[in-house]
Design a protein around this ligand. Structure first.
Ligand SMILES: NC(=O)C1=CN([C@@H]2O[C@H](COP(=O)(O)OP(=O)(O)OC[C@H]3O[C@@H](n4cnc5c(N)ncnc54)[C@H](OP(=O)(O)O)[C@@H]3O)[C@@H](O)[C@H]2O)[C@@H](O)CC1
Ligand SMILES: Nc1ncnc2c1ncn2[C@@H]1O[C@H](COP(=O)(O)OP(=O)(O)O)[C@@H](O)[C@H]1O
Ligand SMILES: [Mg+2]
Length: 282
């Protein structure tokens, strides 16, 4: 039978590192978010805003050209680099060195984007978190999984996970297959759901925060930004995943008495991140 470790406030308090008084933006970590496509620029606005709001010093969004004004206006704190193409990403080239990269929200699965992702994975060695369409592309080309650096974090919802590992007939089989997949590719698998589990080899962690208010468009895109921000701030990948998932869920728990389930939207996760952080020291 599968054994899981419960991730509660006590676990999280031992992971959380408070800010040092003398820090500055140059050492708070530089996160890069890669994604967006025509009609889905909102996803990268949400991811990159979540990343800056979660404490890293600098955030750069790498997006197709059509998103330039959108991201610059929606999130002025975030720097923007653009692809050569207008409506989707095709060549992922940049001359900065971020501390962590989150890739996938709103990316789409255009053939040019698939080829761009392959070339990027071949040369990249920066710590990675992979979500959404970047996962869907990997599911189409499973041999590319070998290009991922060890301890890469992937954040599939259950449908995305099924595309990667195939169908399962029971919860036990779901965990068996996810553990085998994690071991084979040395990945940290954030199995998003209610609740979310984090699988790292034989280790299975069960998150204890979050509620149905999170069942809203873009809430996973925000989680990608949150975990990328923590990776950029030098958290160990497994700790970035545990802390990120916990605090992301906690925003919905704190907001619930004010917003209820229905009116809570992905931007509210970002608005409540401060209260979630503060509750760790209470
Ligand atoms: N504002 C923006 O720009 C936004 C942009 N976004 C971007 O859009 C892209 C596509 O992402 P996506 O997740 O919507 O599409 P996709 O992977 O086909 O999944 C859809 C199907 O999967 C299932 N399913 C979904 N969740 C499940 C769950 N928890 N548990 C189980 N099953 C679940 C469900 O299938 P069903 O259950 O109906 O069979 C559903 O029909 C991606 O790049 C993302 O970043 C979005 O983030 C929205 C806001
Ligand atoms: N009923 C629920 N209870 C708790 N968490 C939920 C619930 N529904 C969704 N979530 C969380 O919301 C997020 C949804 O992610 P995802 O499906 O990728 O959204 P999107 O792609 O629209 O950004 C995940 O973190 C998931 O765990
Ligand atoms: Mg998603």
């Amino acid at each position: 039978m599968m054994h899981s470790t419960v991730v509660d406030k006590q676990t999280i308090s031992s992971i959380y590192q408070p800010i040092i008084a003398t820090t500055h933006k140059g050492i708070q970590g530089h996160a890069m978010l890669i994604g967006g496509s025509y009609g889905k620029m909102g996803s990268i606005c949400l991811s990159s805003k979540a990343a800056i709001k979660f404490g890293c010093g600098l955030v750069t969004a790498f997006i197709p050209k059509c998103g330039y004004d959108i991201v610059q206006i929606a999130v002025p704190e975030v720097m923007v680099l653009t692809d050569d193409q207008d409506s989707c990403i095709s060549k992922i080239h940049f001359d900065i060195v971020p501390d962590a990269i989150g890739i996938g929200p709103g990316l789409g699965q255009d053939i040019a984007t698939q080829q761009g992702l392959y070339k990027f994975l071949k040369y990249n060695s920066i710590p990675l978190i992979i979500d959404a369409d970047a996962l869907n592309i990997l599911a189409l080309h499973s041999d590319w999984l070998s290009l991922l650096p060890p301890k890469t974090i992937i954040t599939p919802h259950l449908k995305e996970l099924e595309r990667l590992i195939g169908k399962w007939n029971s919860e036990a089989e779901l965990f068996e297959k996810t553990i085998a997949f994690s071991k084979k590719h040395q990945l940290i698998v954030v199995m998003k759901g209610a609740p979310t589990y984090i699988v790292y080899g034989e280790l299975v962690y069960q998150n204890t925060t979050g509620n149905a208010a999170l069942a809203t468009a873009g809430s996973g895109d925000v989680l990608t930004g949150v975990i990328t921000s923590l990776l950029a701030q030098s958290y160990e990948p497994i700790n970035a995943a545990l802390l990120g998932v916990y605090l992301h869920g906690l925003t919905a728990d704190i907001a619930f008495p004010e917003t209820g389930y229905q009116s809570f939207i992905a931007s509210d996760i970002i608005s409540y991140l401060g209260k979630a952080y503060l509750s760790l020291s209470q």
